[in-house]
Design a protein around this ligand. Structure first.
Ligand SMILES: [Fe+2]
Ligand SMILES: [Fe+2]
Length: 189
């Protein structure tokens, strides 16, 4: 498998576990089963802002989708929708951060944050399912070795710190904590 494709899939699996973990943790904390752990929720949101929003989606927008569009125009509508969802993703993450601040100031805001976190997890899973089923699935038949060289380079150069092999970073520790706290059905089928 091309390294670019493997990295995209690994990053999707990590993000799936993180957004599902955020949702499960938020439901439990808002529902009173767990004590609110604001530093943990804050760290998860900071990760989403720092990695998927700043590196994963931009690599798709600037490298992966243009490579597909050089070879076919059949996926233009799907790609336009995915671009739109990337924009919506930034707005949703901004809203999560604001919602967390409201909850810290007022316990009555807990349920609203938990609902936003659940919606965000669904939105993200849906987005990645479209990418995997319509774009990634089509790549082997579409792309040339030259296209892959560019994609491999882009995705290999800026890997998700949670999926990087050296599991010593603060992000890796955070990921292990999320998975231990909220075992998630990782994988997009
Ligand atoms: Fe995406
Ligand atoms: Fe993606």
């Amino acid at each position: 498998m091309h390294v670019g494709l493997r990295v995209i899939r690994d990053e999707h699996r990590t993000l799936a576990a993180v957004v599902d973990g955020l949702s499960v943790l938020a439901q439990r904390m808002a529902g009173g089963q767990d004590r609110p752990d604001f530093p943990l929720l804050e760290a998860i949101i900071a990760y989403i802002e720092g990695f998927p929003a700043r590196l994963h989606h931009p690599k798709e927008d600037s490298v992966l989708f243009p490579a597909v569009q050089r070879r076919t125009r059949d996926l233009d509508d799907t790609i336009a929708e995915l671009h739109r969802q990337h924009e919506e993703d930034y707005e949703r993450v901004t809203r999560l951060r604001a919602g967390l601040a409201r909850w810290q100031a007022d316990p009555a805001e807990a349920a609203a944050f938990a609902a936003d976190a659940r919606d965000y997890a669904r939105f993200t899973m849906h987005h990645m399912t479209i990418e995997e089923s319509r774009i990634l699935h089509a790549l082997p038949a579409l792309l040339t070795e030259e296209d892959w060289t560019e994609i491999d380079r882009a995705f290999d150069a800026n890997q998700d710190p949670m999926t990087a092999p050296e599991l010593t970073s603060d992000y890796a520790k955070l990921f292990q904590r999320i998975v231990l706290l909220a075992p998630a059905p990782v994988g997009l089928g």
